[in-house]
Each structure stands twice: as structure tokens, then as C-alpha cells.
Design a protein around this ligand. Structure first.
Ligand code: FE2
Ligand code: FE2
Length: 278
């Protein structure tokens, strides 16, 4: 994989162009209620990025200058994804209301801070590697989720909007993945990082949005045959990272938590159950 050019990323970093979207055309095409519910979840998670960043800033995550520069642009871009979806929902006649819970109360935020703090002296390089690996998984899942949403709805304005957002997500993915790949070359780091992902990973949005909403989104986006194939592709990509050859991610999570699109119950599965945040 080629190196990530942070300078060219910074040069290209900008807010998704809201003026380029034909908002007036949104109500001219049907948006299925499942898509609206899914987008509410996505909108909330995108808008939550700054809270996630706050948790990270409580750690030494920005000690690396490339990571610090990246995160500054990243939070800006993600915030605009949240605003763009908010605008779409409004145009579609389903404006985002007030959040039932204030932000930042999630146990998950506290967990990442606690995990990082515990590692300050002992295994800091492993925490950085986990942060980068985690980011790669989340960005690739998000990117895949937007593509699935576009494919499932076929809504022309949503297709245009998600293509623009997905371009940002793919750059985010590339940064995290490349960083993870480099950091995981150290065998001890890879071993600890793998342990932590096995122990704590759950899909993006876990612990921020209710578990029922996560399952709904997972079923809608990844429940059918094409969705499952897309989820598998995410897993396969992450398995190419050093030490992650056998990691179980989205497909395994779907097996344990979600019924198939045909209504069949989730296959019984051994192992642990997510990160306990839901
Ligand atoms: Fe995003
Ligand atoms: Fe992203």
C-alpha cells in the first residue's frame, strides 16, 4: 500500500459542498422509512465525532504530529457529514429533533479514556495501534454503510450526497489503515492491539445510539445477501493487517446480534458478546 500523504490530505480537506446538492429535488423521490431511521443513526454518529475527539484528547493520542494534523481535519469533515445528513432529513420532511440524552454521557467515552490512561506507561504504542486499527474498521464500515444506503434507496440526491461523503470516508480509512499497518509491524504491539480489539470492539455507534437502533441499521444495510457480502469485505480488508489475520468483526457480530433479512434467527455462536456498552 502506498504511503499516506498528509500534506496533500490537508490541502484537500474541506467541508462537503452543501451548495452543490439539489435539496429541492429531495422530496420528489420516495425515501423509505427504513432509510430515514438509518440516516438518523448515521447523523447522530457523525455529529458525535467531536465528543469522541474529546475522549481522545484526554489521552496522548495527539503526541504524533501526523495524527494531530489528521484529527483536526477529520473532525471538521465528519461534522459537516452530520450537517449534510441533517439537511437531507429536513428536506425529506423528517427533521432531526432534539436528542433524548445529552451528549458525552456514554459509558463508552469513559471506557476509552480509562483504557488509554491505564496504558500510559505500560503499553502506549499498543493503544496508538488500537486507535488506528479501530479507526480503520469504523471508517471502512461507515464508507460501506453509505454505499449500501445509496444502493438500497436509489434516491438520486442521496446517491450524490453519499458519493461525496464516501470520498471523505475513504480518505479517512486510508489514513487509519496505513497508520495501523505501520504500527502493527511490531509483534508485541500487534498482539496487545489484537487482544484489545477482540475484547472491546463493537460496531461504530455502539454505546452512543441505542442497541435496538444499531440492530435495525445493521439489518437494513448488511442483512441481505449483498449486504452480508459487503460486511465480509470489510472483515477481509482488516484481516490483512499484521496480527489480525483471524479477527472476527462485522459478519460475526451480525451472526450474534441480528436476524437475517429472511427473518431467520441469528445463528448460534460461541465467544464473547461485543463490548458490553449496550
Ligand atoms: Fe463521516
Ligand atoms: Fe470518516
Amino acid at each position: 500500500m502506498p504511503a499516506f500523504d498528509i500534506d496533500s490530505y490537508v490541502g484537500r480537506s474541506r467541508a462537503v459542498d452543501l451548495a452543490a446538492i439539489d435539496w429541492a429535488a429531495v422530496p420528489k423521490h420516495p425515501v423509505p422509512p427504513e432509510a430515514i431511521r438509518t440516516m438518523r443513526f448515521m447523523q447522530d454518529i457523525e455529529s458525535h465525532t467531536i465528543i469522541y475527539l474529546r475522549s481522545l484528547l484526554a489521552t496522548r493520542a495527539i503526541d504524533d504530529p501526523d495524527v494531530a494534523t489528521f484529527l483536526a481535519c477529520w473532525v471538521y469533515e465528519e461534522t459537516f457529514h452530520g450537517l449534510a445528513i441533517q439537511r437531507f432529513l429536513q428536506a425529506a420532511g423528517s427533521p432531526v429533533g432534539e436528542r433524548p440524552e445529552p451528549r458525552g454521557q456514554e459509558s463508552w467515552s469513559k471506557r476509552i479514556e480509562a483504557a488509554a490512561t491505564a496504558m500510559v506507561s505500560k503499553a502506549w504504542p499498543s493503544f496508538c495501534a488500537v486507535h488506528m486499527t479501530w479507526g480503520a474498521i469504523n471508517e471502512l464500515t461507515t464508507l460501506t454503510g453509505y454505499r449500501r444506503l445509496a444502493a438500497l434507496t436509489g434516491h438520486p440526491v442521496l446517491v450524490e450526497l453519499t458519493e461525496r461523503i464516501a470520498l471523505d470516508e475513504s480518505r479517512h480509512f486510508f489514513f487509519y489503515y496505513r497508520q495501523a499497518e505501520l504500527r502493527l509491524r511490531r509483534r508485541g504491539v500487534a498482539r496487545t492491539a489484537r487482544f484489545l480489539v477482540d475484547r472491546f470492539w463493537a460496531p461504530v455507534g455502539s454505546g452512543v445510539q441505542p442497541y435496538s437502533e444499531l440492530c435495525f441499521l445493521a439489518t437494513y444495510l448488511f442483512g441481505g445477501a449483498e449486504g452480508l457480502a459487503a460486511a465480509r469485505k470489510v472483515d477481509e480488508t482488516i484481516r490483512r493487517l499484521p496480527g489480525f489475520e483471524t479477527v472476527q468483526l462485522l459478519e460475526s457480530w451480525m451472526d450474534r446480534h441480528v436476524r437475517g433479512a429472511d427473518g431467520a434467527p441469528a445463528r448460534p455462536h460461541g465467544g464473547h458478546h461485543g463490548n458490553g456498552n449496550h
